[in-house]
Design a protein around this ligand. Structure first.
Ligand code: NAG
Ligand code: NAG
Ligand code: NAG
Ligand code: NAG
Ligand code: NAG
Ligand code: NAG
Ligand code: NAG
Ligand code: NAG
Ligand code: NAG
Ligand code: NAG
Ligand code: NAG
Ligand code: NAG
Length: 469
């Protein structure tokens, strides 16, 4: 053996190591980009935190358990534990991400979530300053269910007979009245200055310790923003604490294992059924307990109205239409960051539609915008609908907001649509079903001019080759 042969072998070894490291890093970046793109989409459309829906091909037993759901903690039915969350007010897309986080927690902790009504949790400015109906319910918008058994995740808090008589107006005051629950139930209140992670560890331990005892459970009141809570950033959530006599509520922070706690087979002596892989994560991919994808949490009633809306859109579109598209123009506060002047819209459409005239397809675009100026709206429609634009003889544009509003008016006046649903939030949910949300199967092409998603051109031919082939 010469010295050169030995050094050749080590060079090859080093190369192999470099390639493997590069590949691992590439995978990491790829997933990272994917997630940040999806997050951006979720921000823009205000929905679907479905990054977890992406099934990653793998032989890794932990990931497999996550993909096929065998990672899940199985909870006795009905779920005895309760989580009450006071959320303050925000827009519906923000709410949905909070609901999704709460759903994950409840799924794993064997709880259901009680919520103040939407009228108390949604910000008024998105409804033109008009207060929302007090009768509005969360399941008017979302029917989120546990993957384990299909039972609902959320319950209207006003239906809980055990709420405190001192609790008024969905304020920050204590919601649960512990005296109305049997002895042995644990009440945990997380206020704005609480360490949520510590509270979570105590609750987690409690939920395991009394897993089989129908007479002991927990009531967890959360009065803190889930976004800023430290529990959201913990990936993964802390493992079950190992202690010999595991029945005090002291959180010692002594974990089953250290940082790499994702061991499928890790057991603790606290509870024989516990496995680390069961833990959810509020901000990354981990064991799933609820489905947050907007098209899969659609309530029955909303589903029916969406179908009716789609029927109306088809009836209004030229009957040569074989491709529906969605054009979302965000005006208002986005005008500064995204140029949506008529001159720019004309240029954008020219560039985006360029080439589609030779495909034999007839496109009907559905225009949605927060712009109230009817002149602007009509001028955008005219950009393609006018006879003076023969290059668009294969394109037609409809005002999507107008169609939805007309439908809501019609169905509202015949009482087919309950009065409580006649608001901007519901209108927005309906718009999702024709293209505001890509995952609904109606529009096939998407053009957008909005703050964070403001391309100078979306050439449809190259962006959607399958549609135009
Ligand atoms: C709750 O609302 C009622 C009626 O609007 C009001 O009289 C009462 O003062 C409110 N209570 C609190 C704690 O804000
Ligand atoms: C209210 O408390 C009773 C026991 O006092 C309990 O059986 C019941 O499940 C509780 N209801 C809710 C909605 O928490
Ligand atoms: C939060 O709760 C702790 C104890 O549970 C209490 O000492 C503290 O004053 C509370 N803070 C607020 C802002 O209510
Ligand atoms: C808690 O632990 C102590 C001693 O370790 C034991 O005596 C007690 O019965 C336990 N309580 C429960 C509710 O398990
Ligand atoms: C909880 O743990 C801390 C630190 O380990 C300790 O100082 C404290 O006395 C414990 N409290 C109880 C109630 O066991
Ligand atoms: C964690 O537990 C182990 C063994 O039970 C013990 O040796 C160690 O000191 C504990 N660490 C902390 C930080 O409590
Ligand atoms: C914790 O991690 C360190 C280094 O990452 C390792 O040396 C140690 O053995 C681990 N301890 C346990 C209990 O897994
Ligand atoms: C998982 O835990 C088991 C038992 O503690 C151990 O044999 C195995 O090597 C661990 N696997 C990993 C990937 O840490
Ligand atoms: C929610 O979904 C469940 C299961 O599919 C169904 O039984 C229930 O009626 C739905 N509720 C609403 C309000 O759509
Ligand atoms: C096209 O629509 C018109 C009404 O707009 C209708 O009269 C006509 O029958 C339709 N043609 C076909 C082929 O469906
Ligand atoms: C908007 O775009 C148009 C045409 O692309 C351009 O002429 C105009 O200067 C732009 N306006 C701003 C404020 O950038
Ligand atoms: C359309 O595309 C053709 C060829 O790809 C190009 O020559 C032409 O300038 C484009 N027109 C516009 C308005 O972008």
């Amino acid at each position: 053996m010469s010295a050169t042969a030995t050094s050749n072998v080590s060079i090859i070894r080093i190369l192999v190591v470099v390639i493997v490291l590069w590949f691992l890093n590439y995978r990491h970046n790829f997933d990272g980009n994917l997630l940040s793109n999806l997050r951006q989409t979720a921000k823009d459309t205000g929905t679907l935190l479905s990054q977890e829906e992406n099934q990653i091909e793998t032989m890794d037993p932990i990931k497999e358990a996550i993909n096929d759901g065998s990672c899940r903690r199985i909870c006795p039915y009905p779920r005895k534990n309760r989580i009450y969350a006071f959320m303050g007010t925000a827009g519906l897309s923000d709410r949905l991400s909070v609901l999704h986080m709460l759903g994950k927690l409840a799924g794993y902790l064997c709880a259901i979530v009680e919520l103040p009504p939407p009228a108390e949790s949604l910000i008024g400015i998105h409804n033109g300053g008009i207060p929302l109906s007090k009768h509005l319910r969360w399941d008017d918008f979302y029917n989120m269910t546990f993957l384990q058994d299909g039972s609902p995740v959320f319950q209207e808090a006003r239906q809980n007979p055990n709420r405190s008589q001192y609790h008024e107006n969905w304020s920050d005051k204590g919601f649960y009245d512990p005296s109305k629950y049997p002895k042995g139930w644990r009440l945990m209140i997380s206020n704005r200055s609480s360490n949520m992670l510590e509270h979570y560890e105590i609750i987690q331990q409690w939920s395991w310790q009394f897993d089989d005892d129908p007479h002991r459970g927990f009531l967890w009141e959360i009065h803190q923003s889930m976004y800023s809570a430290n529990i959201r950033k913990a990936k993964p959530l802390p493992a079950l604490v190992v202690t010999a006599s595991n029945n005090n509520t002291n959180s010692t922070n002594n974990r089953t294992s250290n940082s790499t706690q994702n061991n499928l087979t890790t057991m603790t002596n606290s509870h024989p059924k516990y496995r680390d892989v069961m833990r959810p994560s509020l901000s990354s991919r981990a064991c799933q307990y609820v489905d947050g994808a907007i098209e899969r949490i659609e309530p029955t009633q909303l589903h029916d109205f969406r179908k009716e809306l789609q029927r109306r859109v088809r009836a209004l579109a030229p009957n040569a239409t074989n491709v529906f598209g969605f054009l979302h123009i965000r005006r208002g506060d986005a005008k500064k960051s995204c140029n949506t002047t008529l001159v720019e819209m004309k240029r954008y459409l020219q560039c985006s539609l360029n080439g589609t005239e030779h495909t034999g397809k007839y496109i009907t675009l559905l225009m949605a915008s927060d712009e109230h100026d009817q002149n602007y709206r009509q001028s955008v429609l005219d950009l393609v609908n006018q006879d003076s634009t023969p290059q668009y003889s294969h394109v037609f544009m409809l005002d999507a907001d107008l169609i939805v509003e007309d439908m809501m008016y019609d169905l509202g006046s015949t009482k087919v649509m309950p009065k409580r649903l006649l608001n901007n939030y519901y209108e927005f949910e309906l718009l999702k079903g024709i293209g505001m949300q890509k995952s609904f199967d109606f529009s096939a092409i998407f053009l957008s001019k909005r703050r964070s998603d403001c391309p100078s051109c979306t050439n449809l031919l190259s962006s959607y080759p399958d549609v135009f082939q």
